[in-house]
Write a protein that binds this ligand. Structure first.
Ligand code: XMP
Length: 213
């Protein structure tokens, strides 16, 4: 099977359910993203458990946005638990982001997918892209709900920095459009984990992504 470009946003609380959905969908995924709902519901041990169950990388979507010392304290424990990547906010400044990057692979939020992102984040996206170009993280987060913004971010971003896009499915984004705009990976949550058949939903999105690869 071709390498997947699909990331599952596993936003459920319960450990058993998370592991079951991960097992069912793993064949179609590049990585699994865990966010606060799952970490709060099941504890940090869910990270090594998901890795052992699926063999896939785990992205910890903590959206870290604190002073360097606190970012470092949090990121240290989460990388130690086995996370392969951590998502951090860029708007708190380069020292806060660097504190995470010193410990492991980091993904910086440069724009968000919800309507409210237009209020405060979008006006500073250019500066967040500059920050990413200077620090050269593994990747940045850009909104699948606005393919034209993904294309803009791609045009300004250094080659080699990956673009990961949440917002496909439940938030209205279309996989084909964002991949065409320059996204490297798409992140899908509810359209997979809340469907009656998560494996089949993941397979359909995987096929759609593959058609664009
Ligand atoms: P759904 O259910 O909408 O889940 O497919 C999307 C997942 O991605 C997260 N998310 C974002 N993370 N910037 C981010 O860093 C964003 O713009 C963004 N939009 C959605 C969301 O928390 C969920 O885990």
């Amino acid at each position: 099977m071709a390498e997947s470009r699909l990331i599952l946003a596993l936003d459920v609380y319960e450990r058993e359910r998370a592991l079951e959905i991960a097992r069912e969908t793993a064949d179609y995924l590049w990585a699994i993203k865990v966010n606060w709902p799952l970490i709060i519901g099941s504890g940090l041990d869910i990270i090594p458990e998901l890795k052992e169950e699926t063999g896939l990388p785990v992205i910890a979507d903590l959206k870290l946005a604190d002073i360097p010392n606190t970012n470092r304290l949090i990121a240290g424990k989460v990388f130690e638990a086995g996370a392969d990547y951590i998502i951090a906010h860029g708007f708190v400044g380069s020292d806060s982001v660097e504190a995470v990057m010193e410990l492991g692979k980091t993904i910086i939020v440069v724009e968000m997918s919800h309507p409210g992102a237009r209020e405060f984040i979008q006006p500073v996206t250019d500066r967040l892209i500059e920050l990413a170009n200077r620090l050269e993280p593994f990747g940045v987060i850009a909104p699948a709900t606005r393919p034209e913004r993904v294309a803009y971010i791609r045009s300004k971003l250094k080659p080699g920095i990956k673009i990961l896009t949440p917002g496909v499915g439940a938030q209205g984004g279309k996989a084909g459009e964002v991949l065409k705009a320059g996204a490297d990976y798409i992140i899908v949550g509810r359209s997979i984990y809340a469907s009656d058949n998560p494996r089949e939903s993941a397979r359909q999105i995987y096929e759609e992504v593959r058609a664009w690869s």
